[in-house]
Design a binder for this molecule. Structure first.
Ligand code: SF4
Length: 448
């Protein structure tokens, strides 16, 4: 698929801020005034396998661009204490997990390989002790090649991890200095070699476009170096510049960023290069080799959007553990405390460390279905969803007419399809069905 160059007028019109729709409603709508009962009831009623996300927040140094919830420290004992609290949280969930099976476990961060080999082995013992793991449990982990050691890779492999996602972002030295993430290609090569040797079968590389000092030619070089690593998947994220929310981003002068037009050029060229290298272009910003499960699920229309981006895990429930982790179910989202102190205090008081959340209304549920179809299938079929669009989405369908006029979607059956041009504006298409869009207008990153 070739992505056409949009006219400047379209960039002007749609260069808004909006969510990435890893959830709907977005986390901006989570509130302290919510009842956890809905999530707990969904968990109690769930018949299928569930997924568990475990947040490991520690990093040794700060990357200025980072939007994750993390704790910068070099004190290795912090992780021992954190594991004590993770154990407490797992113990508290145990009564809710009777008769359940956990088929997916994902470790995110922060930097999960902040943990020493001994701490990773302890984490392994904890999940085996407290979580009712399915026989074929799929374990995945986010790793930073910076300071990664082969013994840590082997420790995660001993745990049963077969999937890994490594953060590279950009291999250009000038960009790396600007973002405070010095990571020579030799570290990326070593990480890939160790992961393959340890039997990891699906390895993703995270890249970011829109970072300071990036140009079309610098990013072309980054992409070539990444292709030499031969990853199974590549996530090519649009940098989210939200300094009012992530103050460390204020370190960047406003004139160091590539223009919106340059960013689009970088994305278009990357998209073409990755497809020519045999990767399938998936959804908003993911690429996968044709024999990778994500590409197969994309062809079959079964990919899912969740807080980790796109995934193939079909679980209806993700149970988040650790500070700031988000849980999701059919009817609710809930998020743990983002501050370590509040997280540990809740557990010391024998309470689940939940801070905020939202229980979905019927309207939220309906909009979530539509937005999921936009983000995962590039089309919406109101008949398939059982939605009377003329009745439920009168104003939204007027907005869709505007999208049709602009060549972003085309009318298709009782619904619409996103065009090749429209792939650049996917978040904008989803936004048309977001009931909270006015409220969060200035609190999200730019869509382009
Ligand atoms: S980008 Fe990764 S390694 Fe860097 S600060 Fe954020 S979580 Fe830590």
């Amino acid at each position: 698929m070739t992505i056409p160059t949009p006219a400047p007028a379209l960039i002007e019109k749609y260069g808004l801020s909006g969510p990435r729709y890893t959830s709907y409603p977005s986390a901006l709508q989570f509130s302290e005034n919510f009842s956890d009962e809905s999530f707990l009831q969904d968990l109690a009623n769930e018949q299928g396998h569930i997924a568990v996300y475990i947040h490991l927040p520690f990093c040794r140094s700060m990357c200025w661009f980072c939007g994750c919830t993390k704790i910068i420290t070099r004190n290795q004992a912090s992780a021992d204490l954190y594991l004590d609290y993770l154990a407490k949280e797992m113990q508290m969930w145990a009564p809710h997990l009777q008769n359940k099976k956990v088929a997916y476990v994902h470790f995110g961060g922060g930097t999960p390989n902040f943990l020493t080999v001994e701490q990773i082995d302890r984490l392994n013992a904890l999940i085996k002790c407290y979580l009712p793991l399915a026989n074929e449990v799929e374990i995945s982990v986010e790793l930073s090649p910076d300071q990664l050691q082969e013994e840590q890779v082997n420790a995660f492999a001993r745990m049963g991890a077969k999937r890994a996602s490594i953060g590279i972002q950009d291999t250009n030295a000038e960009v790396q200095v600007a973002i405070n993430r010095l990571q020579p290609q030799s570290q990326n090569v070593a990480a890939m070699n160790w992961l393959r040797k340890a039997g990891f079968s699906s390895i993703n590389v995270d890249l970011i476009y829109g970072l300071p000092h990036q140009t079309a030619s610098s990013f072309e070089m980054t992409l070539e170096q990444v292709l030499q690593l031969d990853p199974d998947r590549i996530a090519l994220f649009n940098y989210a510049h939200v300094p009012w929310f992530k103050p460390t981003q204020k370190v960047f002068a406003s004139d160091v960023f590539p223009s919106t037009m340059m960013k689009l050029k970088i994305f278009q060229a990357s998209c073409a290069r990755l497809q020519s290298a045999g990767y399938t272009y998936i959804g908003l910003d993911h690429f996968a080799k044709q024999d990778d499960e994500l590409a197969k699920a994309w062809q079959q229309g079964t990919i899912k959007r969740d807080f980790q981006g796109y995934s193939v895990n079909p679980a209806n429930i993700t149970l988040g553990m650790g500070m700031s982790s988000v849980s999701q179910s059919r009817n609710a989202y809930r998020q743990n405390h983002k501050e370590l102190k509040a997280y540990t205090a809740a557990l010391d008081a024998q309470q689940l460390p939940v801070a905020t959340g939202i229980v979905l209304t019927k309207d939220d549920q309906m909009r979530r279905q539509v937005i999921n179809q936009v983000m995962c299938q590039m089309s919406v079929d109101f008949d398939q969803l059982g939605i009377d669009a003329g009745h439920c989405f009168t104003n939204e369908m007027d907005d869709v007419k505007g999208l049709i006029d602009d060549g972003i979607v085309v009318s298709y059956g009782n619904g619409f399809k996103v065009t090749a041009l429209g792939r650049l504006f996917l978040r904008n298409v989803a936004m048309q069905f977001d009931a909270y869009r006015q409220q969060q207008a200035d609190r999200c990153s730019a869509t382009l």
